[in-house]
Design a protein around this ligand. Structure first.
Ligand SMILES: Nc1ncnc2c1ncn2[C@@H]1O[C@H](COP(=O)(O)OP(=O)(O)OP(=O)(O)O)[C@@H](O)[C@H]1O
Ligand SMILES: [Zn+2]
Length: 715
């Protein structure tokens, strides 16, 4: 065996027979080898079974080749590989110092580096295939590793080894799926051990090392497979958990849960709520409604009493009224007063897109209620279940739901003890079948509270917070025309929050007024920087309104004047009717118009016709509306008489222009009246404007003090 070893290169082991075959005749040093000897022949000449280990280990010197110089080697190669040197003139970009390489090898090993010679770049590049074929039989084809100016020899084993090293490295860094690919790649290298040893002709002396290497590789591969399996298992577990969570989420989704709940009968809509704590005492300002519902309470308390007398109570009661007026509260109070179960359902709950779901929920609700009679079933937003929209494609099954509701209502006797209370804001939207006698045949109106009702409601909610004794709920009630119970509750709550924010111990009128204005006009805009000129104009404008209101007999009393910007306004004057006005007189309407004109008149008088502003547009809107209604609706124009003109667009041009003229006259006269008052009270006007500029906001009392010419206490 021919062995070369160096510290730089890994051990290169070449079976001698191959080398001898490669040089055709090992015994002969003759270089006149027949040119007909081909690589194929020398291949055939090496029997596969030939045990390389039986060959003696010789070096070049032993072979008598140590003296070969480059020229001789070339000749030798020429005879072995005819045509190799054809490309001698091939210019390589890669410069290798033959001399230094040769002398280095010779110095170190005392013999010639035959491989180095064979590897000379042009030879290799031009005839690499042929050389490789020879050298594959030499088992270990020298591998070129390019390093600047020098080339090092590496064995194929080294290449294999480096591949596995790289694999081992990637084991720690590459994700499992990458490792999977790597493993597959390696499959071609890692063949069966026996086969490998046979095909590679591993010498016996190296077989143990080879086996150890193979075993190490196998173990590494196994560890890698184990890791891959682990990560696969982990991934499967995560996917499973996600799947479970997903299914649970879907079941929670109303889309599915409705069906689920219905089929299992676990419908939360049929859980009764005991309403002992809510009584009529809690519902303020709707006395008539309470009175009407009182007899229902009596019936629920003692159904037998009614049955004995033969009286029949309605099965269904319809509470009709604007939002937030206390319909739900009243229904709860009915159940609470009678101390019976209260079943709450919202109409929209039955409005399902699935066939029969809405109907089945109604069935469940009534079944439960009948089993627990006497009781109250309350269906809020009845219009969304019993509305006239049977043909609507958006609600394909609403007809079924209404039918089920009708069937259930028909299904029990009047005195069975179940009272159905429905609530709606739009009674006209209800299906006619629902309001027929025998169903919702009793209608109770729950209107917005009047001033007395509002005072009661305010007192009721004020009693739940700490408030100053100076607070007069009636004043707030007078200034909150059209507020519902819910809005009044909100007003008190906001005042309490404001007091807390301002660090006050009690709620005063100031906070109540503040929250009222906030609800009516939007939040204050304290941060808005308004220049002095605009502030002055606003102060005179608002004082103009206030002076007219103060000095006009039929105008509403002033409540407050302010130049604090709020919502879209720069300032405002609020007036309070003594009572809710059911009717308004001609004088009152004219006074309202005059007050509206006051703002612009003030601007004109104080700053001149050229400096009037756009700030009066909503005042004119207001005044024009009143004038128009006086002419076209209230029969308050002499010229047009006691007649209403609803659709003015369809009227004859003459009538239209007559109406327009009348409105114009009313407005002009109003403007002149306002001008007269402001001219007469120019001094008061100036005082009030200055007080507003100083104090920003003045209440009714303060306005009176200023207008009486007295001095305001410094706040
Ligand atoms: N008359 C009232 N007396 C006392 N509190 C009231 C009154 N009206 C409304 N409220 C308050 O407002 C809240 C909302 O009222 P409720 O839900 O009863 O109004 P609703 O008429 O049923 O409204 P919606 O038509 O919007 O359902 C009540 O819980 C209650 O706190
Ligand atoms: Zn104005």
């Amino acid at each position: 065996m021919f062995s070369l070893s160096s510290t730089v290169q890994p051990q290169v082991t070449v079976p001698l027979s191959h080398l001898i075959n490669a040089f055709h005749s090992p015994k002969s040093t003759s270089i006149s080898v027949s040119a007909s000897v081909s690589q194929n022949q020398h291949r055939d000449a090496v029997p596969e079974h030939e045990a390389p280990s039986s060959e003696p280990i010789l070096n070049l010197r032993d072979l008598g080749l140590s003296e070969l110089k480059i020229g001789q080697i070339d000749q030798l190669v020429d005879s072995l590989l005819p045509g190799f040197h054809k490309g001698k003139n091939f210019s390589s970009n890669w410069h290798t110092s033959h001399i230094s390489a040769q002398s280095f090898f010779e110095n170190k090993y005392g013999c010639l580096d035959i491989f180095g010679t064979l590897r000379s770049s042009c030879l290799y590049r031009q005839h690499s295939r042929t050389l490789k074929r020879i050298c594959s039989d030499l088992q270990y084809w020298p591998v070129f590793v390019q390093s600047r100016g020098f080339k090092t020899l590496k064995s194929r084993t080294r290449r294999l080894q480096s591949t596995s090293e790289r694999l081992a490295e990637t084991q720690h860094t590459a994700p499992s799926f990458v490792k999977g690919f790597l493993l597959r790649d390696r499959g071609s290298d890692v063949e069966s051990l026996d086969k490998l040893m046979k095909t590679k002709n591993i010498p016996e002396a190296h077989q143990d090392a080879f086996k150890t290497g193979f075993a190490e590789g196998f173990l590494k591969a196994q560890a890698l497979t184990q890791k891959t399996n682990d990560s696969l298992r982990r991934t499967r577990l995560i996917v499973f958990i996600l799947l479970v969570v997903g299914i649970y989420g879907l079941l929670k989704n109303p889309f599915l849960s409705v069906r689920f709940r219905t089929t299992t009968g676990l419908d939360s809509a049929v859980d009764p709520v005991q309403m002992k704590n809510v009584t009529f005492e809690h519902v303020k300002g709707v006395e008539e409604a309470k009175q009407e519902l009182q007899e229902v309470v009596e019936f629920l308390k003692n159904p037998q009493k009614f049955t004995v007398l033969g009286g029949k109570l309605p099965k269904g009661i319809l509470l009709v009224g604007p939002p937030g007026t206390g319909k739900t509260l009243l229904a709860r109070a009915v159940a609470g007063e009678a101390d019976v179960p209260f079943y709450y359902a919202s109409g929209s709950e039955f409005d399902e897109m699935f066939v029969g779901v809405g109907a089945s929920r109604i069935r469940n609700l009534f079944r439960e209620a009948k089993a627990n009679a006497p009781c109250v079933i309350f269906i809020d937003e009845l219009d969304s279940v019993g509305g006239k929209r049977i043909e609507s494609p958006m609600h394909p099954y609403s007809r079924q739901t209404i039918n089920q509701l009708l069937a259930e209502m028909d299904g029990f006797k009047p005195n069975e003890g179940v009272i159905i209370i429905g609530a709606t804001n739009f009674p006209e939207a209800l299906d006619n079948a629902l309001i027929r006698p025998g169903r919702f045949d009793m209608q109770v109106t729950v209107p917005r509270p009047d001033v007395r009702g509002r005072t009661e409601i305010l007192k009721w909610y004020l009693n739940k917070i700490k408030f100053d004794q100076s607070v007069d709920p009636e004043i707030i009630a007078r200034g909150t025309v059209g507020f519902s119970g819910a809005e009044l509750e909100n007003l008190v709550n906001q005042a309490a929050l404001k007091a807390a924010v301002d660090g006050k111990e009690m709620v005063t009128m100031k906070e109540l007024e503040f929250s009222k204005d906030k609800i009516l006009m939007g939040p204050e805009r304290r941060s808005v920087e308004i220049d002095n000129k605009n502030k002055t104009i606003t102060a005179y404008h608002e004082s103009g309104h206030a002076i007219i209101a103060y000095y006009t007999k039929d105008a509403m009393p002033i409540n407050k004047a302010t130049i604090m910007p709020r919502g879209p306004t720069l300032g405002h004057v609020s007036l309070l009717p003594e009572n809710d006005r059911w009717n308004e007189t001609r004088a009152q309407l004219l006074a309202q118009m005059d007050v509206s004109m006051g703002g612009r008149v003030a601007e004109e008088l104080i700053f001149g016709a050229d400096h009037i502003t756009t700030g009066a547009s909503s005042d004119f809107d207001n005044a024009t509306k009143i004038a128009k209604r006086m002419v076209t609706k209230f029969g308050m124009s002499e010229k047009l008489g006691v007649m209403t003109y609803s659709d003015t667009g369809k009227l004859s041009p003459e009538t239209q222009s007559a109406i327009e003229q009348e409105i114009r006259i009313l407005l002009r006269e109003s403007y002149e009246r306002a001008k007269h008052i402001l001219k007469t009270h120019a001094k008061e006007h100036k005082n009030l404007a200055e007080a507003l500029l100083t104090y920003e906001t003045l209440d009714a009392k303060e306005i009176q003090i200023v207008l009486e010419g007295k001095k305001l206490e410094v706040r």
